[in-house]
Design a protein around this ligand. Structure first.
Ligand SMILES: [Zn+2]
Length: 267
């Protein structure tokens, strides 16, 4: 409920991740993950491939470096409209990008939501460009919030956002998916986020892993074979979460790419 409360009642409109319609509230009570599934993912080969970011202190200069990288990623994000006649393995959406009015996204101390999302999304697509699944290079497409071809086809759709709250540090990262059947595909993605942020993966996946984000506006625009999901990577209005996201962004991109590759494998 924390997630829904944060999204629906305490956000300025610009920070809302575009939830709307009855699905957003009707699905709030759906549990994210059962105990057996949780144990499966925690003991999966994927977990051994994911790595925590180096545990070291970071300085103001480090933060400035990553904030600059985020702005640079936002300026030069290689988004495309996409081609509906070809199938992609994964479509990654940069939340709110590049809107200048309406739901433009949240604001942190160092970066805004679009910049934080661009930093991780561009890094993930770069990592994926060097990876294969089932013997073929992974075909990834990066899209913005609105300017994409209707009915794009892919195996996976993943939107990257950050959360905001009027009460700083009252929210954490969270993971949502479109419907219950999509939960299994999002397990690895959730695990990648938890491990990158140094969270207790088991606790994170029990508490912050729900269908509360089922009403995401873009889900109906994409024809997705396996699963659709959204990551609220951190609460950007919380200074320490913003710092952790920025300094962990490269690791998060690498871990997300690994989790996506894992989810794409033929079973
Ligand atoms: Zn958002």
């Amino acid at each position: 409920m924390t997630i829904l409360f944060g999204l629906c009642f305490s956000l300025p409109i610009s920070a809302s991740p575009d939830l709307g319609g009855p699905a957003a509230t009707a699905s709030a009570a759906v549990a994210g993950i059962g105990s057996a599934e949780l144990q499966d993912v925690l003991s999966s080969p994927l977990r051994r491939q994911l790595r925590a970011p180096p545990a070291r202190a970071f300085s103001e200069d480090d933060l400035k470096f990553w904030a600059d990288k985020a702005r640079q990623a936002h300026r030069a994000a290689p988004v495309a409209r996409g081609d509906a006649s070809r199938g992609y393995d994964i479509i990654i959406q940069i939340g709110h990008y590049p809107r200048k009015k309406g739901k433009t996204g949240g604001q942190g101390k160092l970066v805004n939501e679009q910049e934080a999302a661009a930093l991780v999304a561009v890094g993930t697509v770069q990592k994926l460009s060097g990876l294969s699944a089932n013997g073929a290079k992974i075909r990834a497409l990066l899209v913005g919030a609105d300017d994409y071809t209707p009915k794009l086809k892919s195996k996976i759709f993943l939107a990257l956002h950050t959360d905001s709250s009027g009460k700083s540090c009252s929210l954490g990262p969270s993971v949502g998916y479109q419907k219950v059947g999509d939960a299994s595909g999002m397990h690895g993605i959730a695990l990648a986020l938890a491990i990158t942020l140094g969270l207790d993966a088991e606790k994170f996946m029990r508490d912050n892993y729900t269908a509360a984000l089922a009403g995401y506006y873009a889900y109906s625009d994409f024809q997705t074979e396996r699963f659709k999901g959204i990551l609220e990577m951190s609460e950007l209005t919380c200074e320490r979460q913003e710092a952790k996201l920025l300094t962990g962004a490269a690791t998060l991109s690498a871990n997300l790419a690994t989790a996506i590759q894992f989810a794409l494998r033929d079973k």
